[in-house]
Design a binder for this molecule. Structure first.
Ligand code: FES
Length: 283
């Protein structure tokens, strides 16, 4: 069992969870992720590791309530435990001194970018982080990102804070300003990553994406997380989750992401009915 040590709501429906997992805390590197299960019959939920504390033996994760399983995770509190927490999974990010690296995050995508920012700073890269949100009140981990990045550019869809528009607009403005950019790393909604990739391709800037593909086993056996990269089939869980953005077939991935939407909706409705009846799941 993996007890929850701390839990905090970062924004409506977005939770930071710190769980005890000493082996993972000792060995995890930027780019790694974990798969957790709330109970023996639960769905296997992949989550990126935001940070670890080897002394405490803990891992910090961020989860957004979207479907049944993430809502179920959010019902757990300090002292409750996950039945399983498997990791570190995936290939760690290859981080080397490049010069200026721009991190582009949309929404909750900023959480998995935090280890990337720290890793790039550690090797001496200049890190500019572009954080996008629908509106000012929806940013998470803002202070932490400001503290660990060299520069931060904020973008909001409604113009309530920073650049008025999408992260791609802020990124293009930065590129056009003449700043030399050696690499872009992007994590966020699939359509945002596709747009970032198309933009950087136009300017010939190497770009890495971390794909949040649908996963089941996380060990390369089920084929659920497959993605076409440069015409070849890859599995996000064992070949990724990071890939050369300019070689990823995003259209196929976006189509696959919506494949289970009907079943997910049905499952969520059933869950809501159940939680409504069950006092023990109230927060
Ligand atoms: Fe099953 Fe990757 S999650 S192959």
């Amino acid at each position: 069992m993996y007890p929850i040590l701390r839990k905090k709501e970062l924004s409506t429906g977005i939770w930071e969870i710190v769980a005890k997992a000493p082996m993972i805390a000792e060995t995890a590197k930027p780019g790694n992720f974990v798969i957790l299960m709330v109970d023996e019959k639960g769905e296997r939920v992949p989550l990126t590791i935001v940070s670890t504390d080897p002394e405490e033996g803990s891992v910090r994760m961020v989860v957004q309530e979207i479907g049944k399983s993430t809502k179920l995770i959010a019902t757990l509190n300090e002292g409750d435990s996950f039945t399983d927490l498997v990791g570190p999974l995936g290939i760690p990010t290859h981080i080397e001194k490049k010069g200026t690296v721009v991190m582009v995050a949309g929404g909750i995508g900023i959480a998995p970018l935090i280890p990337q920012i720290r890793g790039n700073k550690a090797v001496g890269n200049h890190v500019i982080t572009i954080m996008g949100a629908k509106t000012n009140g929806l940013y998470i981990l803002k202070e932490e990102v400001e503290e660990i990045s060299d520069e931060v550019i904020f973008a909001t869809d409604d113009g309530s804070f920073g650049f008025h528009g999408f992260v791609t607009g802020a990124l293009e403005e930065l590129i056009k300003s003449g700043r030399k950019i050696d690499e872009v790393v992007t994590i966020g909604p699939m359509r945002m990553m596709k747009a970032v990739s198309e933009l950087t391709k136009k300017y010939d800037i190497p770009t890495v994406v971390s794909l949040n593909a649908i996963m089941v086993d996380g060990t390369g056996m089920c084929g659920c997380c497959r993605v076409t990269v440069d015409g070849n089939v890859k599995f996000s869980c064992v070949d990724g989750p990071e890939f050369d953005a300019h070689k990823v077939n995003f259209d196929e991935l976006i189509q696959r992401q919506s494949f289970f939407a009907g079943m997910e909706k049905e499952s969520l409705e059933l869950f809501k009915e159940k939680v409504g009846e069950c006092k023990c799941h109230s927060k």
